[in-house]
Design a protein around this ligand. Structure first.
Ligand code: PLP
Length: 504
């Protein structure tokens, strides 16, 4: 039934019931049972019955997820156990504060869940609880990062992170070229970015060091959203030490790889490590903060913490106080339980095998594209994502992304540096974690590479025939036979791979 028809029907039926009501009310007050029943009326309705509108849209979204190829590098699919915890009664409880120190009573079980989540978070990254603490309450990684700044800085203090067009994240500070402050980090603090070398695509550590020594940030941030190579954490440590900065890593994209020991670890060098929990880590949507505690290391850059002298790290109380009460209210306990479940899985050999497959798939995709003379930023990848420079095909990331969307492949446009340092939206970022969760192996990623190349071919043809203006381009895509054909092939491919916990 169409939404409009249903609305009409519902409004007519509700009219008739209200017209009956006044008479009833006038004669007798409803008895206790019916008053109770009135309050409870919708308590046990299914979603479909309680809200057909939302239910119908949710079903469509489920079909979209099932029929498409998900290549957005920051997305993934959670397992049934995580979904069960997310949609649970744990959402009912208020628990502001930390285990053992809550604002409200009745938190004995919530405390157990949050403590278990701490233990598992430290275990998942092989961290010694004497040297590292963790806060699992941030609602997202953006809020986790802001909580760290608020914990350690005063307004207008300086931070330094990778520039957003270079692959950094907006939450590390961002101004538009016209000077508009976009990020809260730039509105409330001062930020200066470092960049990748436009020729190589690798972080320009020399320039970074020079800028950091001039700028003297209080926090130096490593980690980003679109960087296909290893981070030289040791080099960051040296630079942070030289300019007296706290070294923070936002490992949002690579936290699954870090946990599986399939990339260099920021924990060996950094003072504070933040992350999302829903990207390669494959947990529920949220943020997490790890901080060093105990005695300060005398020699930095060594993961042992039994220094023979020096002060204590003072991050723990400051960060915990910043998350609550400074920045957030009650923790989302259903999320924390779901995170604990995901982190238990992260510590298993099966998760390591998953991450190894994520990397193998990224390699398979990269070599399939390179074999067909495609250009990749830095020439390849060390991790779960690659940046495809589309400029030599005469395409923009935006138009290619649109063609992909129309044939049920999701990728995202990304800026690409020209040799002269100019930035154009000339590429797309492609990641393998989500489709690896659905069971894709190297051969499947070769097929995905074929699909992407066909999409690029369609985009080029339509460019040629209809012009590059977005309006003309989109018009040219309508009733394009090749596009319709590719769409059905993509669907036939995707639907071979189940999504965990989704009945379709
Ligand atoms: C995705 C991402 C974030 C933002 O995470 P949210 O949970 O969406 O706020 C922060 N930092 C980096 C490096 C990211 O890639």
């Amino acid at each position: 039934m169409s939404l409009r028809k249903r609305k009409e029907r519902e409004s007519s039926s509700s009219c008739s019931s209200t017209s009956l009501h006044p008479q009833k009310k006038a004669s007798i007050e409803p008895d206790l049972d019916s008053r109770r029943a009135a309050v409870r009326a919708w308590g046990n309705q299914s979603l479909a019955a309680a809200d057909p509108d939302i239910s119908e849209i949710m079903e469509k979204e489920k079909q979209r997820q099932f029929k498409g190829i998900e290549l957005i590098a920051s997305e993934n699919f959670v397992c049934k156990a995580v979904l069960d915890a997310l949609g649970s009664h744990l959402t009912n409880k208020y628990s502001e504060g930390l285990p053992g120190a809550r604002y409200y009573i009745g938190n004995q079980y919530i405390d157990q869940i949050e403590k278990l989540c701490w233990e598992r978070a430290l275990a998942a990254f092989s961290l010694d609880p004497e040297c590292w603490g963790v806060n699992v309450q941030p609602y997202s990684c953006t809020s986790a990062n802001f909580a760290v700044y608020t914990a350690l800085l005063l307004p207008k203090d300086r931070i330094m992170g990778l520039d957003s067009p270079s692959g950094g994240h907006v939450s590390h500070g961002y101004y538009t070229p016209s000077g508009k402050k976009v990020s809260g980090a730039s509105i409330f603090f001062e930020s200066l970015a470092y960049k990748v070398n436009p020729h190589t695509g690798y972080i320009d550590y020399e320039k970074l060091e020079e800028r950091a020594l001039d700028y003297r940030p209080k926090i130096l941030i490593c980690g980003g959203s679109s960087y296909p190579r290893e981070w030289d954490f040791a080099r960051f440590r040296q630079i942070a030490d030289k300019c007296g900065a706290v070294l923070m890593c936002d490992m949002a994209h690579i936290s699954g790889l870090v946990a599986a020991k399939e990339c260099l670890s920021p924990f060996d060098y950094c003072d504070i490590v933040t992350s999302t929990t829903h990207k390669s880590l494959r947990g529920p949507r949220g943020g997490i903060i790890f901080y060093r505690k105990g005695r300060k290391q005398r020699k930095r850059g060594i993961s042992l913490c039994q220094a023979d002298e020096g002060d204590q790290y003072d991050f723990e109380d400051r960060i915990n106080f910043s998350v609550f009460p400074s920045m957030q209210g009650g923790p989302h306990n259903n999320h924390i339980a779901a995170l604990a479940i995901a982190l238990k899985q992260v510590a298993t050999p099966e998760f390591k095998a998953y991450i190894q497959q994520v990397k193998r798939n990224a390699q398979a995709l990269a070599s399939a594209l390179l074999r067909r003379k495609c250009r990749l930023v830095t020439g390849g990848t060390d991790n779960h994502l690659l940046l495809w420079d589309l400029r030599n095909l005469g395409l923009t990331g935006k138009n290619f992304e649109k063609v992909c969307e129309l044939c049920q492949i999701t990728v995202n446009k990304t800026p690409i540096f020209g040799d002269n340092g100019t930035i154009s939206p000339g590429g797309v970022r492609i990641g393998t974690p989500a489709m690896t969760t659905r069971g894709c192996l190297e051969g499947d990623f070769e097929t995905i590479a074929e699909f992407l190349l066909r999409a690029a071919h369609i985009a080029s043809t339509v460019h040629r025939e209809h012009g590059k203006l977005q309006k003309d381009f989109i018009k040219g895509l309508q009733s394009n036979w090749d596009l319709a054909d590719l769409r059905s092939r993509v669907e036939a491919f995707s639907t071979q791979f189940a999504i965990p916990a989704l009945d379709v």
